[in-house]
Design a protein around this ligand. Structure first.
Ligand SMILES: [Zn+2]
Length: 485
């Protein structure tokens, strides 16, 4: 499979794509454009950005085709063994999960605008670019040349965003066998030496959880806007993080936010990119991939994103508790928690998961999943006399599923919670994961176990802080949970 990419119109924001499909031996083929992208579990129907779709033979003769679904084309290939599809893609969405082009840079998420041939999704792709000589391409894809990339199959291509720009800033640092790459597009005042030091610290902490960092190169692709922005998307060996400072943010708040989102996305390297629900293995790009397990792939990740910054010493307890209090505030303010569970809300991300939605209808898999993970972690620490924590559950899940080349099920998760807590966690499952109604008492109970309290002020401000007087048991549990193990 071959693609040629041309910046077709930087002012009107169109990318030109030329897709060559060789070795055709059937009377017809079907080409598919994805309807959604991993990381955002809702249909986005990328085909609405496609214009001027044409199919020709290599000699320029037009080829007959028809559209058979909103994003699938059937092409007549009787006596034709190679076709060239050309189209333009509208790229004017400057967040981390989409495509964008202007006179400064080209940003592509291939899952938006690259197609696959039904039955040939596992074939390799070569991607060439028509770009000026001084443009550099940052991506997890293998470079065959300065402006030529290689993907072993469509799944990897779809998961590999790229930035092409003459103004990319690059730096790198090594952790054992792995090189962490830092790419910046856009003006910023971040201290790169500090960022590298902090990144190494929280990355090492995450490696401790799983026992290994399963990639040779990992790329942090940062796009910095001159206006407020905040979005990150995880990939197998990279992440894209789009940020812009708001006026009310201090430089320190902005930097801490950058660390929070970076640590979250890095944790996804294991949790979703490698440890993945069975029902999403492989992804079906044509339709909804329903799952109740968002409290694991987003909730646990949200919990660990911040926790790793605390446990690695990058964040102070004060900074961590401030972030935790913000999440608790969102939990308290959403009355949806009295009517709809986090598992049900996960299923419904395909319906309205990424908008506020009808008041009181649902909850956030990020916030409620984070709190569910916090409760599980402290319950396990407490029940096992500080011997085990959620770290052990995550490591075992990684070893039992990814390392055995399978996805996980809900049974895997609950079995591991029981195993490491040494108790029956079915009440937790029924109330916290599947329950309707007020399960806040579980949160208050675990906060009490670590000797902390949550207070809500008259103005609705939430504060988390350690109790002044704590028992030895509370001290011990708190010390184990924060660091620091
Ligand atoms: Zn996430």
């Amino acid at each position: 499979m071959h693609y040629l990419i041309t910046p077709a119109d930087e002012v009107e924001h169109f990318i030109g794509l030329r897709f060559t499909i060789p070795n055709i031996h059937q009377d017809f083929i079907e080409v598919q454009l994805p309807a959604w992208r991993p990381g955002r579990y809702e249909l986005q129907n990328f085909a609405k950005n496609v214009r001027w779709f044409e199919v020709k033979q290599s000699n320029g003769e037009p080829v007959q085709f028809e559209k058979i679904t909103k994003d699938r084309w059937r092409i007549n290939t009787i006596n034709i063994n190679e076709v060239i599809i050309t189209y333009q893609y509208y790229a004017n969405q400057p967040d981390a999960g989409a495509c964008y082009i202007d006179e400064h840079y080209l940003y592509i998420n291939p899952v938006h605008c690259f197609m696959y041939v039904e039955g040939r999704i596992d074939e390799p792709y070569i991607i060439d670019f028509n770009l000026p000589e001084d443009v550099v391409i940052a991506t997890q894809l293998e470079h065959k040349g300065k402006h030529q990339l290689f993907a072993p199959n469509f799944d990897y291509l779809a998961d590999s965003p790229l930035i092409a720009s003459a103004n990319l800033q690059h730096d790198e640092v090594n952790i054992e066998e792995t090189t962490l790459h830092f790419w910046f597009q856009g003006e910023h005042t971040i201290d790169l030496e500090q960022l590298k030091r902090d990144t190494v610290l929280y990355t090492r902490k995450q490696i401790e959880v799983f026992g290994e960092l399963p990639c040779v190169n990992y790329h942090f692709l940062y796009i910095i806007h001159p206006y407020p922005a905040r979005h990150g998307v995880e990939h197998l060996n990279s992440t894209v993080i789009v940020l812009g400072k708001s006026e009310e943010q201090t430089a320190l708040d902005f930097y801490n936010d950058l660390l929070a989102i970076s640590s979250h996305e890095l944790f996804h390297l294991w949790n979703i990119k490698r440890i993945r629900p069975q029902t999403m293995l492989p992804y079906d790009f044509t339709k909804e991939n329903y799952s109740t397990l968002g409290y694991i792939y987003e909730g646990v990740t949200t919990y660990y994103g911040d926790l790793m910054l605390l446990q690695s010493g990058v964040w102070s307890l004060e900074t961590y508790f401030k972030s935790l209090a913000d999440d608790f505030k969102r939990h308290i303010q959403n009355t949806g928690r009295f009517h709809y569970s986090v598992a049900e809300s996960s299923w419904d991300t395909w319906l309205d998961g990424y908008v506020i939605g009808v008041k009181g209808r649902k909850v956030s898999i990020y916030i409620e999943g984070m709190i569910a993970a916090l409760i599980a972690d402290i319950l396990i620490l407490h029940a096992s006399d500080l011997k085990y924590s959620l770290h052990d559950v995550m490591k075992a899940l990684y070893e039992r599923t990814y390392k055995k080349e399978r996805g996980y099920t809900e049974e895997d998760w609950f079995e591991l919670l029981n195993q490491f807590s040494g108790m029956d966690m079915s009440e937790y499952t029924q109330k916290v994961i599947y329950g309707h109604g007020n399960w806040d008492r579980y949160l208050l109970e675990v906060m009490h176990l670590i000797g902390c309290e949550i207070t809500v002020g008259d103005d609705g401000q939430v504060t988390v802080k350690p109790l002044v007087q704590r028992s030895v048991a509370q001290e011990n549990l708190f010390a184990k949970w924060t660091s620091l193990r």
